[in-house]
Design a protein around this ligand. Structure first.
Ligand SMILES: *[C@@H]1O[C@H](CO)[C@@H](O)[C@H](O)[C@H]1NC(C)=O
Ligand SMILES: *[C@@H]1O[C@H](CO)[C@@H](O)[C@H](O)[C@H]1NC(C)=O
Ligand SMILES: *[C@@H]1O[C@H](CO)[C@@H](O)[C@H](O)[C@H]1NC(C)=O
Ligand SMILES: *[C@@H]1O[C@H](CO)[C@@H](O)[C@H](O)[C@H]1NC(C)=O
Ligand SMILES: *[C@@H]1O[C@H](CO)[C@@H](O)[C@H](O)[C@H]1NC(C)=O
Length: 180
C-alpha cells in the first residue's frame, strides 16, 4: 500500500516537473474550406447602440471635427443577420474592439470575434484582426483564427458597404475560411 502511494506521488511529481511537451514533427490534418455570407448590422447612436466609443485621445490635430478621429477606441457587439433587412434572422454577433488608427487616413484596425448562434456553426467563431479602410466601399480583412468548428482557421473576408447613414451601418461579409 505504502509503495503504491509512493509510486503515485512520484509519478505526479514527474508529470508536474515541466510545463512543456516534447516537440514533435507536425502532421497537418486535411483542412476544409467554408464560405460564409451574412450582414453585419451596426447601430451607432440610439437608445441601444451596438457600437460605443470608449476612449479618445485629446490632441490638437483631432480638433478638426473629423468623423473618424485618430486614436478613438470603440467596443462593439453587433448582430450578424442573414440579410440586410432590419428584421432579418440573427445568426450571430460580432464582439470586440475597433480603433481608428490612421493619423492621415480613415483606417480602422479591428480586433473582433464573429460568433455564430444558429445553424451548423452554432457555438463556433472566427477571429478577425485586420486593418480595415472603413471609408472604402469594398475592402478585404484577414481571418486569423477560430474556435469550435473553425479551429486553426485562416482566411479572408470581402466586405461591401451596403447601407451607411449617421446612425446605422450595414456591411455585407463574404468570408472564405480554411479550417479543420
Ligand atoms: C487638422 O487641421 C490642422 C490645421 O488645419 C492640420 O494641420 C491637421 O493636419 C488636421 N488634422 C487632421 C487629422 O485632418
Ligand atoms: C468643431 O466643432 C465644435 C463644436 O461643434 C466647434 O466649436 C469648433 O469650432 C469646430 N472646430 C473646427 C476646427 O471646425
Ligand atoms: C495626408 O493626406 C493628404 C491627402 O490625402 C496627402 O496629400 C498627404 O501627403 C498625407 N500626408 C502624409 C504625412 O501622409
Ligand atoms: C438611418 O437609417 C435607419 C434605417 O433606415 C433609420 O431608422 C434611421 O433613422 C436613419 N438615421 C438617420 C440619422 O437618418
Ligand atoms: C464570395 O467570395 C468568393 C471567393 O472570393 C466568391 O467566389 C463568391 O462569389 C463570393 N460570393 C458573394 C455572394 O459575394
Amino acid at each position: 500500500m505504502l509503495i503504491w502511494i509512493l509510486i503515485i506521488c512520484l509519478s505526479q511529481v514527474a508529470v508536474q516537473s515541466q510545463y512543456y511537451s516534447k516537440s514533435l514533427p507536425y502532421h497537418p490534418k486535411p483542412v476544409k474550406v467554408t464560405n460564409l455570407h451574412f450582414f453585419f448590422h451596426e447601430t451607432l447612436s440610439s437608445k441601444n447602440p451596438t457600437t460605443v466609443e470608449i476612449a479618445q485621445v485629446n490632441i490638437p490635430s483631432n480638433h478638426n471635427n473629423s468623423s473618424v478621429p485618430f486614436a478613438t477606441l470603440y467596443a462593439l457587439d453587433d448582430p450578424l443577420k442573414i440579410g440586410p433587412e432590419h428584421d432579418s434572422e440573427v445568426i450571430g454577433n460580432a464582439q470586440g474592439l475597433t480603433v481608428l488608427a490612421g493619423t492621415n487616413t480613415t483606417d480602422a484596425v479591428m480586433y473582433v470575434d464573429f460568433g455564430f448562434t444558429s445553424g451548423k456553426f452554432k457555438g463556433s467563431s472566427i477571429s478577425i484582426f485586420s486593418r480595415n479602410p472603413i471609408r472604402e466601399i469594398e475592402r478585404e480583412v484577414a481571418v486569423i483564427g477560430g474556435r469550435g468548428q473553425f479551429k486553426m482557421a485562416t482566411g479572408f473576408a470581402l466586405l461591401k458597404a451596403y447601407f451607411i447613414n449617421d446612425t446605422n451601418v450595414i456591411i455585407e461579409y463574404n468570408v472564405t475560411v480554411i479550417h479543420y
